[in-house]
Design a protein around this ligand. Structure first.
Ligand code: ATP
Ligand code: MG
Length: 412
């Protein structure tokens, strides 16, 4: 095993810890621990102690399943405090010699030096495109000759306190977060094809508490956002409408829910047990669909507003890819197609091997995406680091570093 990586996806409804070997052709799952989450609401921490307990349970389960001791991990972050902007950085190249990796780092550093409020911090700085002496759309400028190197970057910032609360909970569970990764970037990594990213696509991860979206064009991310609405709101609607407890409403949604009223026969009915009634009540499935359609419509209208706000709505030739637990709702593709007015595909993580059965669902796109993306980001960061201080930290060393973080039980 070469690239053993650990990811902890802290969702509003579940915590999922995965230990996996990230290989070029697939992700080999060594072990996973999925536990219900407490202490998160709309993607932000509202009870650190409850969250710590949920993370601990998930990590211990993954440790037992994999036989490895988990001490560090890549961790997901969401919440509508996340914001993104695009920026440019420029540097001069002496004597038009070939561009070196330290020039690229300086240009990125230059692009990154924007004013951000003191209560926010930069989570990601992702290069989108380079230009050398005005020649645009350069993918990798290293080795190219020119006097002027420009880089366009996508910068994601988050509220410092939200990340601090998450960090506290993860550390209290005995794990050091190596890096926090914004949910939709991870989901995009797990479910999008290279062709979709090139042509322009929006990935929409609809979870329990948040809807996370990211726009990829020409191979990289151009826009990202988190909307604080997810499947929990549909469940709440059902709770109010049927007068049933949240867990009963959740079961009704999963078993009988539909996002499009016209897809359901008016004759279809099912039974539920409302509060205070002796006998179960018969409910028309089309009425449930009507309630849900209103909420799902509202959700996609918010997505549409966000996509328009990005200014890239005309560039999404591959349309939209929907994932997250709510992607399993019947009719969601049809309604998304109607509102977003583009091709829509429902996606779940692909190319999983090993103990992967439980993870082959749209609910685990972020969880799986954290693994390869975290590894790539760490590699990129350590190459930057080696360029800055002259130390020769190679990718090989880095991978060894990962391996050392995860000692099998018998070697401890
Ligand atoms: N078969 C199904 N049909 C409809 N909805 C479903 C189904 N399975 C799960 N869901 C819904 O998916 C949501 C959970 O999705 P997911 O696991 O992606 O959320 P999460 O990652 O915990 O939360 P978030 O990312 O929002 O913080 C819940 O609202 C759940 O009701
Ligand atoms: Mg999620």
């Amino acid at each position: 095993m070469n690239n053993l990586v650990v990811g902890i996806d802290i969702g509003t409804t579940k915590v999922c810890t995965i230990v996996a070997d990230v290989r070029p052709e697939d992700i080999f799952i060594v072990g996973a621990g999925i536990e219900p989450c407490r202490g998160m609401k709309k993607g932000v921490v509202n009870d650190v102690a409850a969250l710590t307990a949920a993370i601990s349970a998930s990590v211990h389960k993954a440790e037992r399943a994999s036989g490895y001791d988990i001490s560090r991990a890549f961790v997901s972050v969401a919440g509508n405090h996340a914001a993104s902007i695009n920026s440019r950085g420029v540097i001069g190249i002496p004597n038009a010699r070939g561009v070196r990796s330290d020039d690229v780092d300086k240009a990125i550093e230059n692009a990154r030096s924007i004013a951000i409020p003191h209560n926010r911090e930069v989570l990601h700085v992702i290069p989108r495109a380079y230009s050398v002496d005005g020649h645009e759309h350069v993918r990798s400028p290293i080795g190219m000759h020119g006097f002027r190197l420009e880089v366009e970057v996508h910068i994601i910032t988050v509220a410092s306190t939200s990340v601090a609360n998450l960090e506290q909970a993860v550390e209290a569970a005995g794990v050091i977060p190596d890096r926090f990764i914004l949910n939709p970037l991870a989901s995009g990594d797990a479910v999008l094809t290279e062709q979709e990213r090139e042509m322009g696509v929006v990935v929409i991860d609809i979870g329990g508490g948040t809807t996370d979206l990211a726009i990829f064009i020409e191979g990289t991310v151009w826009h990202s956002a988190v909307i604080a609405v997810g499947g929990d709101l549909m469940t709440n609607d059902i709770t109010h409408w049927m007068h049933v407890p949240f867990d009963v409403a959740e079961a009704v949604k999963v078993q009988h829910g539909c996002a499009l009223e016209s897809m359901v026969s008016p004759l279809e009915t099912f039974l539920v047990q409302p509060f205070g009634e002796g006998m179960p009540t018969e409910v028309h499935r089309s009425e449930l669909a009507m309630v849900m359609e209103a909420r799902v419509t509202e959700l996609f209208e918010m997505v549409q507003t966000e996509v328009k706000r990005s200014g890239y709505d005309g560039l999404l030739r591959a349309g939209a890819v929907i994932t997250g637990g709510c992607a399993q709702l019947p009719g969601i593709r049809e309604i998304a197609q109607k509102i977003l007015n583009c091709p829509v595909r429902i996606a779940k993580p692909e190319k999983l091997t090993g103990m992967a059965d439980a993870l082959r669902s749209p609910s685990f796109s972020t969880s799986v995406g954290l693994l390869r993306l975290g590894l790539q980001m760490d590699t990129a960061a350590s190459i930057t680091f080696s360029a800055d201080n002259g130390a020769q930290l190679t990718v090989g060393n880095l991978i060894k570093g990962f391996f050392q973080r995860l000692l099998p039980d018998e070697d401890r």
